[in-house]
Write a protein that binds this ligand. Sequence first.
Ligand code: SAM
Length: 219
Amino acid sequence: MTPIASTELPMHPPSAAWLRIMAQIYDPFCWLGEAAGMKRRRRVLLSEAHGRVVEIGAGTGLNFEHYPDGITDLVVTEPVAAMRRRLARRLQRRYYPTRIVDASAEHLPLPDASVDTVVSTLVLCTVDDPERALREIARVLRPDGQLLFIEHVRASSRFLAACQDRLEGPWRHFAGGCRCNRATIELMRACGFNVAATEDVWRGMPAIVRPLIVGRATR
Ligand SMILES: C[S@@+](CC[C@H](N)C(=O)[O-])C[C@H]1O[C@@H](n2cnc3c(N)ncnc32)[C@H](O)[C@@H]1O
């Protein structure tokens, strides 16, 4: 694996109290961004999901309504208890064969080569060890499997990237560990994924979470 130079600062994990507040404010905070395009983006991306699907860091479950009929099994992982409670509530309104699992993306409790589609929306910015998470995703995917993702990443504009570096600390503390300056596409490639992605703007959200990348990665 090719090492990627990190611009990230070490951090203390967010407190349990703040994570509970995050779970409560997540949907209202995202409302404008969802209405201004993210909801459509989720629907289009997830129409490509098939077979056995694993969603990492599912949060409050904003993706649930967009999964197509015909997926055989949906496993949603989420390490934060307050988020899992919201997931469970949202799931009561859906009828997929679904399992909610307390797990981080760095340690997926699934056998090798057992999954057709992994879904990561706005998660690889937040995991503590993204390289380990990507290796886990590669491990659980079948050889012809796919990672579908929507992630905000480090900006290519020098000015915006400098703002992201400057604001990384305060944003991370506010946003439950999210690193606004993480070069996720480069990490995917360094971990051996072939990536096909388009760039977009997350309207309705602060500029430091631009650009968004939306796409599909295969091993
Ligand atoms: C910005 S939210 C995105 C939630 C959801 N995927 C969405 O699209 O709205 C980031 C989520 O990643 C979760 N998370 C944090 N660390 C994680 C890790 N190591 N592995 C998996 N998920 C993690 C958080 O608890 C949170 O639910």
